[in-house]
Design a protein around this ligand. Structure first.
Ligand SMILES: [Mn+2]
Length: 484
């Protein structure tokens, strides 16, 4: 009898252990299921590069604070926040006409955005422990830089107002708007400049995100730069964690967890706190699960998550560090690829990248770019990513070209200046980025894979950092990367 009971206990224990391992293994797999891929696609910055994602699936974290973030400001606060700016007149100046397709101009439901108004209560999506963290009382202030091109008035104003409502006023030195030559919007800049702390610059021709941001950074007067997209809503205490980390170490470049604002009904949805930035060899940004070892080592959910790349739309960086590292590659056009160039450069030239789980900013993720690329969407993306690959990826650029054969022979301009910069800054090789910034050596698993590759294992392992399930077709491979 006793033996039977002991056997039963042993069997149950083994089953429990196997179950636990299966659960962890499932959890650490890259996005392979359509639902996970759809969620990843929704969160990815590749607005409209691929087919539309399916059902929106967001990890809802029950441990977050189920509270409303803010009460709408009272009338006297409203005056204080917006000064002489006439919000009603501004919003009424450009409205959807009856019968117009609400998605046509902005690739999100404009009718719903307009209906919401400029301030609303949203859910505090942070882990509950974030609310009890303390930050220095003497944090330096920041210049917020927002570039826009034909942005809807209601989303742009909501971005600006959420910053004013949910940041300690002493931390906001100024909000710099750069109107990137929006069509028939000559007056937007003039009107928005009436809001206290807001300055607006308008480009005389279409420059794109990259040169517009550099223009904004050059006029910024604070020692810390905060780049923000033009269709966001910042959440409670979004700014303090980021400024604190940059104040402690000016070489850190930090970004928030980017929550999802539904493009259909503008619902504010919590994003998973277990993701970091990644990419495939064709240089498409992807969200990926934090590696299992790193996940298991995380005992405190408020701790920063080191990330190989950032999504690029929202981040905080010390201004002198931004300038020291060569700002941006200003020969990149319109949008795309600049986040890889910046991420590689930061890691390889002595800095680091982090996602801070206690900072949350909502963003409207879209399925397509609502604006035109003068040179065409694909050509611009190729030019920009090719510049990033040629300057930073050394011998690894061959993987980029095999994943994106159409990039061969496409013009990408001169990279002499950027190569000179790389030499001047004495940046490490891309191999170092792959092996150290992603910490190959600390992973037994990857070391094993490396050995198998070195000994000539066929098919599955094309390279220690590229693992495929089928053949060594680079376009189907994914990068197995990690940072501890
Ligand atoms: Mn965006």
């Amino acid at each position: 009898m006793r033996r039977i009971r002991a056997n039963a206990i042993a069997i149950l224990t083994v089953a429990w252990i196997l179950g636990t391992f299966y659960y962890l293994w499932q959890d650490s797999k890259p996005h392979t299921s359509p639902a996970a891929a759809a969620a990843a696609q929704t969160r990815s910055r590749s607005h409209g590069q691929k087919a539309a994602p399916g059902r929106l699936e967001i990890h809802r974290d029950d441990r977050t604070i189920p509270l409303i973030v803010t009460q709408p400001p009272r009338a006297e606060q409203q005056v204080h926040l917006l000064g002489g700016f006439d919000e009603k007149a501004y919003l009424a100046g450009k409205q959807l006409k009856p019968g117009d397709d609400p998605y046509r101009e902005h690739a999100f439901n404009l009718q719903e955005s307009d209906r919401l108004g400029s301030e609303r209560a949203i859910r505090d999506t942070r882990h509950y422990r974030c609310a009890s963290l303390n930050y220095d009382t003497d944090l330096p202030s920041t210049s917020i830089i927002i570039t826009f091109h034909n942005e809807a008035r209601s989303t742009l104003l909501r971005t600006i107002k959420s910053v004013l409502m949910r940041s300690p006023p002493s931390l906001i030195q100024e909000i710099i708007l750069i109107d990137d030559f929006s069509s028939d919007r000559e007056f937007d800049c003039q009107l928005l400049s009436q809001i206290p702390k807001v300055h607006c610059l308008r480009n005389g021709r279409r420059e794109g995100l990259i040169r517009s941001r550099v223009r904004g950074a050059n006029t910024a007067t604070a020692s810390i730069l905060t780049f923000l997209d033009s269709h966001c809503e910042v959440n409670t205490d979004w700014l303090q964690p980021m400024i604190q980390r940059v104040k402690e170490d000016h070489t850190r470049v930090v970004s928030p967890i980017i929550d999802v604002i539904s493009l259909d009904n503008f619902a504010y949805l919590a994003a998973s706190a277990d993701l970091r930035g990644g990419f495939d060899w064709s240089l498409h940004f992807k969200w990926e699960q934090i590696p299992i070892e790193q996940k298991m080592a995380r005992s405190d959910p408020t701790q920063p998550i080191r990330t190989p790349v950032i999504a690029g739309g929202i981040f905080v960086m010390d201004k002198s560090w931004f300038n020291h590292l060569g700002q941006y590659d200003t020969h990149m056009d319109i949008w795309g690829g600049e986040n890889f160039e910046l991420s590689f450069r930061v890691w390889m030239c002595g800095g680091s990248l982090e996602i801070l789980p206690c900072s949350r900013v909502g963003h409207v993720f879209r399925k397509r770019h609502p604006y035109d690329f003068p040179e065409g969407n694909a050509l611009t993306y190729i030019k920009n990513t090719r510049r990033a690959a040629e300057v930073w990826m050394d011998e690894y650029k061959q993987y980029y070209y095999s994943a994106r054969p159409s990039a061969q022979g496409k013009a990408f301009g001169s990279i002499t200046d950027r190569l000179t910069l790389r030499r001047k800054l004495n940046c490490k090789p891309f191999r170092w980025y792959m092996e150290n910034a992603k910490n190959l050596n600390n992973s037994k698993h990857l070391r094993l894979l490396y050995e198998r590759w070195r000994l000539g294992s066929p098919h599955q392992i094309c390279h220690p950092l590229i693992i495929t399930l089928e053949t060594c077709n680079a376009s189907k491979s994914f990068l197995y990367i990690q940072v501890n």
